[in-house]
Design a binder for this molecule. Sequence first.
Ligand code: ADP
Ligand code: ZN
Length: 226
Amino acid sequence: VSLNLIMLGAPGAGKGTQAERIARERGIPKISTGDILREAVAAGTELGRRVKATMEQGQLVSDELMIAIVRDRLAREDARRGFVLDGFPRTVAQALSLDEIMRGRDPLIVADLAVAEADLVRRLANRLVCGSCGTNAVVDAAGNAPKSCQQCGGPLVQRKDDNEAVVRERLQVYQRQTKPLLDFYRSRPTFREVDGAQSPERVAADLSAAVDSALKQITSTQGAGR
Ligand code: ADP
Ligand code: ZN
């Protein structure tokens, strides 16, 4: 079975970090729609010019555009044997399209990273990312961040949409447009919730176990159907 994983969770829940990690562990691509859009903005492409203002305001890019991007990306050869999607779907319309895109492929595994709202605001307001490669800076227990990126040595900066006003807007957008996805997916046998308030190592261990149990669930039902 392919690991076709989608990561749900509010902004700041740690989706990006965990998606990166599990994709590396399982040898499948991590597909982050936020990264794809930020790269387009940085490169000044047509797509980047279209989405820049929307992103800086913390609003969602249109479903039509996002669905086209993901459809193309999932059709690429490296995604045939599995993928980790981070940041998509973010609306019920996107989720419906994703089901269509997935027809004929192994079922989706849906992991929700649950974190309390107060923690999210704090995490996002304190978050620093590398201006060169986008990796999140690791802040120590005392709240101190290193001076430069531990991956590439690039400068650490605050993401444009991590300032307090935009953070609040993004959390509202999440409540209104993305949280309904939990009800959309919750009844599926491959839905798993992971406690995102723990240390990154513990979250990773729980996520890995959740994914294995969902994969087992898929193999057992596929086996029964034959
Ligand atoms: P977050 O840290 O809020 O999870 P991301 O890096 O996933 O942020 O996305 C950053 C921004 O890119 C979003 O606020 C939104 O404007 C846009 N974006 C990313 N993915 C999607 C999507 N699936 N649908 C609509 N807009 C998206
Ligand atoms: Zn870097």
